[in-house]
Design a protein around this ligand. Structure first.
Ligand code: SF4
Length: 240
């Protein structure tokens, strides 16, 4: 399940150039004002009987269409942390391109990290990996993963894999999408295999270079095309 407590975002790095939500060809282009959504307090809403509307033992992925660490959301994030703490029966998956704002965005009782937070650092190229991942690994976080998306080039993650549980990889979607080369994906797969880290090839993107051919792939088929290649590494749990 996805939970978007706020909406709106703006370009931060190379991976944002054709953002699926706010890029030049996206429906929400120009929506740079960050606003709370009507689902802001969704995880702690209760029904008439006093039970939570969202039952426990779920994964709630947050801020897939914005960024959890946007400075414009600093005041609201305090409330969000309190909700995450209250719902210790839900695993919250948080993905960000702004990991360098992590330390200034924490609640007072964070300590070594909340058990139910799985934090994902997005890296689209080697430059982003070499800047963000040393920071990411130095922060107090109990569960970490890396999202290589949109994958724009070959990336050497080997210096960083000791500190993460999982890597996901995806190509870029959209009219001006940049090519995702299967050789880069396979290389990341090999790196994860050697480091004993789970791996999910999530989607191919719209332009997928495979066996010397560039395939143009409809957004609805990008996940199944990636799955067909059968290179995921699972530990038996659900991949994300
Ligand atoms: S951080 Fe994410 S949501 Fe925000 S512009 Fe970049 S790609 Fe889009």
């Amino acid at each position: 399940m996805n939970w978007e407590p706020w909406t709106g975002c703006y370009m931060h790095s190379d991976g944002c150039a054709n953002c699926y939500f706010y890029g030049p060809h996206a429906k929400r282009f120009g929506q740079n004002t960050i606003k709370k959504t009507d689902k802001f307090d969704w995880p702690i809403r209760k029904n008439a009987k006093g039970d939570y509307n969202i039952k426990g033992n779920k994964i709630l992925a947050t801020c897939f269409a914005t960024d959890f660490f946007l400075p414009e959301a600093d005041a609201w994030r305090r409330e969000i942390w309190a909700m995450i703490r209250e719902r210790s029966d839900i695993d919250f998956l948080i993905l960000t391109k702004r990991i360098d704002r992590f330390m200034t965005s924490l609640p007072a009782d964070w300590g070594d990290g909340y058990d139910n937070v799985n934090l994902g650092c997005t890296v689209e190229n080697q430059k982003a990996a070499d800047y963000r991942l040393p920071l990411f690994l130095s922060y107090p976080i109990k569960r970490r993963f890396i999202a290589c998306a949109p994958l724009l080039e070959a990336i050497d993650l080997r210096p960083y894999l000791h500190g993460v549980n999982h890597v996901s990889v995806g190509g870029e979607t959209g009219r001006d999408a940049r090519v995702c080369n299967y050789d880069w994906v396979l290389d990341l797969h090999t790196q994860c295999q050697a480091a004993n880290v789970t791996f999910w090839f999530k989607n191919t993107g719209s332009k997928f270079a495979h066996d010397g051919v560039i395939e143009n792939i409809n957004p609805f088929k990008q996940t199944s095309r990636a799955r067909e290649l059968d290179i995921d590494i699972s530990d038996g749990k659900r991949l994300f």
